[in-house]
Design a protein around this ligand. Structure first.
Ligand SMILES: Cc1cc2nc3c(=O)[nH]c(=O)nc-3n(C[C@H](O)[C@H](O)[C@H](O)COP(=O)(O)OP(=O)(O)OC[C@H]3O[C@@H](n4cnc5c(N)ncnc54)[C@H](O)[C@@H]3O)c2cc1C
Length: 496
């Protein structure tokens, strides 16, 4: 079949890989000048500045797309485990390093909190591993056609309930770990899924598993290098890339089937296609590209909080002990999340700081550093007036970084991204983290990756199943490709 992919983010690239592997003729239409989508890197004056993802987890999942194309992720990019994965710095000045590998981590816990907590950590790590084992094939890497699918999985649901998968995450973590600082280190990850640990179900501890048990990896050149490499391999395999080509409509046949007929580019050019995979933020895709009303769960979606990012190239080197990834916890914890939920900025925010130049000499010129600082903030449904307050917020963030010892006073180049900017990039409610992973927006309850009214269309990306983050979006691309392959078989379209 001739398949068009709308968007060259990780979701679109993954779908392209799995479709071309099945023999389809694939064209990727991307409105921007290159691949990667949110995984963007700006190179200015010798500084490589990230504006999107910096933490790569689960390279095996990312590697599936490369494997489908007959190569390996490790052959196409330089990849290495990052150890420590990150340094957690607490408000009292104490530090804990999240190490790569369970044994190293257990030793770290022993040193930080003593033998009893080290034993607790072993039980906790077993629990995380078991959760992952249950959830990955049954709830994450799976197609959903409706809530009824859960009936066929009742045994697994029972297993999950036995593992306390339906408790609150903070309580579940606290039932293993006694040390409050470690409870924070092993539960904050739910924020990646758009839900505070106090609200998240403990089944989201799988994110903690990916981060702290399976480990974090460093890609030379940043995560955007993975997207560049995948696009390169896809091009080698005959996939065509049409950059600077905004899709303005997904065209449907007028023969009563409503099936996909092609795409319209830039309002005038039409390209005939048999099927389309859409990597555009799902609610935006319904609003701007389709002539069918979005399903209820998409129209009434609850969005994740957003973030601000200050990404800069600076002269100077951070203090000794600074790692590639550094997580600075504020004093506040429950109150900080409560502020976020009520739509205001946290008074004493936790801040995530990546200094890629600490381990990657290609990230910045000699004697210089790149600093990427991310702070969770309310999305545009909150009460912050970003149009008038963005500069003040940028100043507060920079002052905080200065107080942590980062060299932020001799800035060569900088970017500040706030929720208004995310919205301008086409992300609803100004959040790059799409639909929050609440219970009501998980698995069979999350917007589906197909719409039966539009045969031949499949969705990929964080707004559909399984969810947000590079590994999940890579899975969503494979799941979308499977949908198109099923459509191809069902319609017995002759392959090109
Ligand atoms: C600041 C930040 C930090 C993050 N940190 C991490 C992290 O550390 N680890 C992690 O795993 N994840 C992280 N994420 C999440 C991760 O980046 C995303 O989940 C993932 O990259 C989304 O991929 P995608 O393909 O769904 O969407 P996108 O990357 O947004 O791709 C969609 C593509 O579609 C294109 N497009 C949109 N509309 C059209 C149109 N009409 N026509 C043609 N093309 C169109 C866009 O230009 C874009 O290239 C982070 C995200 C952000 C923003």
């Amino acid at each position: 079949m001739r398949v068009g992919i709308v968007g060259a983010g990780f979701g679109g690239l993954s779908a392209a890989a799995h479709l071309v592997a099945k023999g389809h003729q694939v064209t990727v239409f991307e409105r921007g000048p290159g691949p990667g989508g949110r995984a963007t890197t700006d190179v200015v004056d010798g500084f490589r500045m990230a504006l999107g993802p910096t933490i790569l987890t689960m390279p095996a999942i990312v590697g599936e797309a490369f494997a489908a194309l007959g190569t390996e992720l490790e052959r196409e990019v330089t990849l290495a485990p990052l150890d420590p994965a990150y340094r957690a710095v607490f408000a009292d000045g104490s530090e804990f390093r999240v190490r790569h590998g369970r044994d190293a981590m257990a030793e770290e816990v022993l040193e930080f909190a003593g033998p009893r907590e080290a034993a607790n950590f072993e039980a906790f790590a077993d629990w995380l591993t078991e959760l992952y084992r249950i959830e990955m094939p049954n709830f994450i890497d799976t197609q959903w056609d409706g809530v009824g699918d859960l009936l066929g999985k009742w045994r697994v649901l029972v297993q999950l309930a036995r593992q306390a998968g339906f408790r609150r995450l903070d309580q579940a973590v606290a039932s293993f770990l006694e040390e409050p600082r470690l409870q924070r280190v092993f539960s904050f990850q739910s924020l990646f899924a758009g839900v505070a640990p106090q609200q998240a179900l403990s089944l989201y501890a799988v994110i903690t598993y990916m981060d702290t048990i399976a480990g974090v990896y460093e890609v030379r050149g940043g995560i955007s290098a993975v997207a560049d490499a995948l696009a390169r391999v896809l091009a080698r395999r005959g996939v065509e890339f049409e950059y600077d080509s905004p899709v303005t409509r997904i065209l449907r046949r007028g023969d009563g089937t409503g099936a996909v007929d092609g795409v319209e580019i830039a309002g005038d050019q039409r390209v005939r296609l048999d099927a389309v995979v859409c990597d555009v933020d799902l609610p935006v895709a319904y609003r701007t590209l389709l002539d069918v009303k979005a399903p209820r769960r998409t129209r009434h979606a609850q969005y994740a909080p957003s973030c601000v990012v200050w990404s800069a190239g600076v002269r100077g080197i951070p203090p000794a002990g600074t790692e590639h990834h550094n997580l600075h916890f504020g004093w506040e914890w429950d109150d900080a999340f409560a502020a976020l939920a009520s739509g205001v900025r946290m008074r004493d925010a936790s801040t995530f700081v990546t200094v890629a130049s600490q381990t990657d000499p290609t990230a910045a010129p000699d004697g210089c550093s790149t600093i990427f600082a991310l702070e969770p903030v309310p999305n545009l449904g909150g009460k912050v007036d970003w149009a008038s307050e963005a500069d003040q917020h940028a100043g507060v963030l920079r002052d905080r970084l200065r107080s942590y010892g980062y060299p932020v006073d001799d800035v060569v180049v900088e970017r500040f991204v706030d929720p208004l900017r995310w919205r301008a990039l086409g992300l609803d409610l100004g959040t790059p983290f799409s639909l929050a992973h609440t219970f009501a927006q998980t698995g069979p309850l999350r917007p589906r990756n197909i719409d039966e009214r539009v045969p031949g269309l499949a969705f990929t990306g964080g707004g559909t199943v399984p969810g947000v983050g590079v590994p999940m979006v890579m899975l969503s691309g494979r799941l979308a490709a499977q949908r198109i392959e099923q459509y191809a078989v069902a319609t017995r379209t002759v392959r090109w």
